[in-house]
Design a protein around this ligand. Sequence first.
Ligand SMILES: Cc1cc2nc3c(=O)[nH]c(=O)nc-3n(C[C@H](O)[C@H](O)[C@H](O)COP(=O)(O)O)c2cc1C
Length: 354
Amino acid sequence: MTDQALWTPTKLGSIHLPHRLAMAPMTRSRAAGDGTITDLTAQYYGQRSTFSLLITEGTQPSGDGQGYLATPGIYESAHVEAWRSAADAAHAGGAAFVIQLMHVGRVAHPSNTPHGRRPVAPSTVAADAMMFTADGPQPMADPVPLDDAGLEQTLEDFRRAAALAIEAGADGVEIHGANGYLLHQFLSANANLRDDRYGGSIVGRARFPLEVAAAVADEIGADRTGFRISPANRLNDIKEVDTHALYDHLARGLAEIDLAYLHLVHIGDEPLLRRLRAIWPDRLVVNRAGADLDARIADLDNGLADVVAVGALALANPDLPARIQASAPLNSPDPATFYGGDHRGYTDYPALAV
Ligand SMILES: Cc1cc2nc3c(=O)[nH]c(=O)nc-3n(C[C@H](O)[C@H](O)[C@H](O)COP(=O)(O)O)c2cc1C
């Protein structure tokens, strides 16, 4: 295998990448109580700035968008100021910086939110899963279905958060449509039981995610807007029945908006990857979940991906690009320090000695 393709520059819309190895979004639950990131977080992204693109941890566009403890926000001026230091740290090392906008929908517990309210979702269907809270694990809360005013407000929240991300110095935003959160809940017939224009058929279920993409693109430019999907991923109690047809429709709709990129969490359905590739012949970011690096890099050589995103290994190897170039051994990620805590397992993974 050659990694030549890996080290060539590219563009995702107006986002310039010096090479093809990106860091996937990863929640680390180390924000301050008001959703502001700390200096440690800026340092964490700065350490990883030799990746071509840093996609941040999921970041809520509103109080309603939060479901987990200590995740960051991008809806208040203090959030913007703090994110600017992370964007600057990323840029100083040459990385592009994209903030992932994550609205959790029903994957939430009121005690983890700033306002203590029940979560919002497409329908009154609680996720059959547990949520970690300050009082230990608790069942996910029963959500309140979004009415017309709620949908309008949510669109507005995404718009405003995207504008604030740009104000903070980000090169773009990634809309989180994956992993069982709000937009994935709309897509999936087991979480979306609506009988209005936002439910029912594939067209109905994809309507709100496409409206969010269109609103964000309108606000900051389609060339700075990415969208993440995770077809067939059952995380957070999602059960899809019509995956191929659903994602064909969604991917076509997103291509029509001409977004900067589509980001696929690929869990192994190779025919699906090829179908999506046909719809997105360029600007496709692939996160081949759990795969070894060779298999991910091969996607570039085989024309299946334009950029490869790496999650856990990026968390554990701040200088992964240099390690690949030197064929050096890799640090192993420590799941015990993934979420919450201090610098341990966050900013203290060693870089290669030089
Ligand atoms: C600690 C941790 C936090 C994560 N948080 C997010 C997140 O905020 N948003 C998201 O889209 N995916 C998130 N993911 C999923 C990763 O982006 C990625 O899809 C997954 O880890 C599989 O890819 P990998 O084998 O490259 O790690 C997270 C994964 C990990 C390990």
